[in-house]
Structures are given as C-alpha cells and as structure tokens.
Design a protein around this ligand. Structure first.
Ligand SMILES: [Zn+2]
Length: 65
C-alpha cells in the first residue's frame, strides 16, 4: 500500500515539472518546442526562438562579423 502511494507521488511530481517547463512556439521554424527558450532582439522586435534556431543564428552572426 505504501509503495502505491510513493508511485502516485512520483508521477505527480513528474507531471508538475512538465507543466512548469511548458512549451512555446518558435517564431523562426514555427514549431511547438519544449526545450530551451531564447529571446532574441532583431530589427526592433523580440523573437522567441528554439535552441536549434538560436544556434543557427549564432553561426550566421559569426559569418557577418
Ligand atoms: Zn526554431
């Protein structure tokens, strides 16, 4: 019986941490992402971008500088 409560408790924590992370929509590739969220200022606008796109932007920045 105690074991069952422990399992319930663990799954509850797992659900809570998932909701805390949440998902966001990347404004570059327009996909729902759950990874690291980056906010990038570009042309006077703030864009929410995913990890993959952010990495790509860093590479592009390196090319232009
Ligand atoms: Zn993206």
């Amino acid at each position: 019986m105690k074991k069952k409560i422990a399992v319930l408790f663990v799954s509850l924590i797992a659900t809570l941490s998932l909701t805390a992370c949440g998902t966001f929509k990347c404004q570059i590739c327009e996909q729902e992402k759950s990874g690291t969220k980056h906010e990038v200022s570009m042309l006077g606008q703030t864009l929410t971008v995913c990890d993959d796109c952010y990495e790509g932007m860093q590479i592009l920045n390196g090319l232009f500088n």
